[in-house]
Design a protein around this ligand. Sequence first.
Ligand SMILES: C[S@@+](CC[C@H](N)C(=O)[O-])C[C@H]1O[C@@H](n2cnc3c(N)ncnc32)[C@H](O)[C@@H]1O
Length: 656
Amino acid sequence: MPELVWEGKYGSDGRKLAPLRVALPFQTVETVNESAQERQRSLDLFGTSRTADSDWRNRLIWGDNKYVLAALLEQLSGKVRLIYIDPPFATGQDFSFRATIESSDFVREASVIEQKAYRDTWGRGIDSFLQMLYERFAIMYDLLTEDGTIYVHMGWEVAPYVRVVLDEIFGRSHYVNQVIWRRQTAHSDVGQGSKHMGPIHDVILVYGKGSDYQWNMQYQPYSEAYIGAFYNNVEPDTGRRYRLSDITGPGGAAKGNPQYEFLGVTRYWRFKRERMEEMYRQGRIVQTNPGTVPAQKRYLDEMPGVPLQDLWLDINTVQPQALERVGYDTQKPEALLDRIIRLSSNPDDIVGDFFAGSGTTVTVAEKLGRRWVACDLSRFAIHTTRKRLLGIAGLRPFVVQNLGKYERQVWQMAEFGETAAARAAAYRAFILELYNARPVSGYTWLHGLKLGRLVHVGTVDAPVTVGDVKQIAVEFRKAVGKGVDSPSTRSVDVLGWDFAFEVNEVARQDAAKAGIDMRFVRIPREVLDKRAVDQGDIHFFELAALAVGTQQTKRRVTVTLTNFIIPLDDVPEDVQRAVNKWPQWIDYWAVDWDNHGDTFHNEWQTYRSRRDPILELSTSHEYEEPGEYTIVVKVIDILGNDTTKSLSVTVPDRVR
Ligand SMILES: C[S@@+](CC[C@H](N)C(=O)[O-])C[C@H]1O[C@@H](n2cnc3c(N)ncnc32)[C@H](O)[C@@H]1O
């Protein structure tokens, strides 16, 4: 078989570079729709490799599929019945997520803000794109069941190359189809002097893992022209359309057809006499005129339709006004996924999508009763998918996971050298550069200086805690006014990947008491994405401040959001202009009524949607048991960042 070779496929030793297969552990950051008992079980289970069917939880994973796929192998090797992926097509474009900011009054219209959701910089070179896919395909192959199928959605420009890569991994003989999906009816740039035909299709490459892959043939309705030409009889009393089909036995006696007389006509027939008589009694055999050859009535409403062909012209792209549209560029229509999922899986099968985007695959999988696992590296993708799922009636529980510190550790190892000390220093220098700060030396907790503010860079493997903040404050006090790098203002920026729940308030107040103006700034996940770094897409956002009030009547507790302040320094100006009341910043919020300091258990949530753009600001809960409870409120803002706040309540014994 001819082989496609690209730069980066073979190492300097002449061997093919194997995909990364490090089994990093998953962290569950949120459970959705779980009962209290179930949620503990699912937390316990994800720490193990047990995957008995009853233990299954659908999974939405935020992370790079390079690591996520490898991490899934331990639990899901040979278990996924269907994979659909729709990776970027190597066009070099950027893709947006559009959030609508509702007007705070009835005078102004809602504004739409556009934010970069992900970037497809593979357009700079097909080699790295093919290597990226090659590594992913190799692991997806292992995840599939022996009768599993993969659908790879591609642009027409790259599809021929990707097909050769798939041939190499799945075997040329396991190539099932190349679907041509017409995504628009016309596209013309003749006005711009183009010299090509309008490109209006995408390609979907279909491969089975083995030859005996799962297949449920789908049928399409007959065309009007076909019905008019063939089903041109209508039964007067029922209105049912039918055609008459020949019931004489082709091949005569040689083919074993019986010969007898029926309704005065002697022929070789397709059916035995008894069957013929029964069908006649049922009105399914008719003779249009005495002496003519009887025929069988075939009703249109009993025909399955035309077996599915590989040219899909009947599914439109998601239109701007479509109810299913969620504002995520490159969102695919649910009808497309509905067809694919029905073709190649059955209820309860596991369906995977590792470039999930707005979550079309898992939304349809959920609606069709399939189990699912999805992954994406964009925070907008994860948030959009979560909201989309929550809109499904009868949604089954699912978990939101990431590889958290483990993914960051692997990244740090790969990027910043061998020894731990050198790695930590190079990592800090990298983050400081992205933050436009310059490194300072001679301190343990203070690492940089930006516009007179000292900067602390949190480690990749632990959240910033109140204890860390105390250390930073102590060192800050020692540092002030001494040496070349001593700070000129009393301010510190604490950069971290994660922050303990209470840091933003408790630690900020502690620092203020000590006379330090401390800001907490999140290191964005995009830092791990080389393409985002190269494009200058790294935005550090200061943690927002959330104010929540509680009211309690016996065992009923009501929480109300009372304020939400986003520090504006890094917020794009168009967004700042669009917002003039604090609730407009909030896109979604959720409550865990009984948090145990572990994962956030989403027991209630509300969010803006196209159908219902108004956000409630209060919710109540009736506790069944007395005790001390920790409530955690989680807000996701229109920039896709989340802010949490924890509160304590005491629920009294029932008064008799
Ligand atoms: C074309 S979109 C998928 C659209 C999706 N089919 C839908 O209907 O919304 C491609 C997605 O792949 C994601 N992506 C790109 N590289 C990735 C990676 N290495 N790991 C995980 N997701 C990735 C992007 O963030 C983007 O959301």
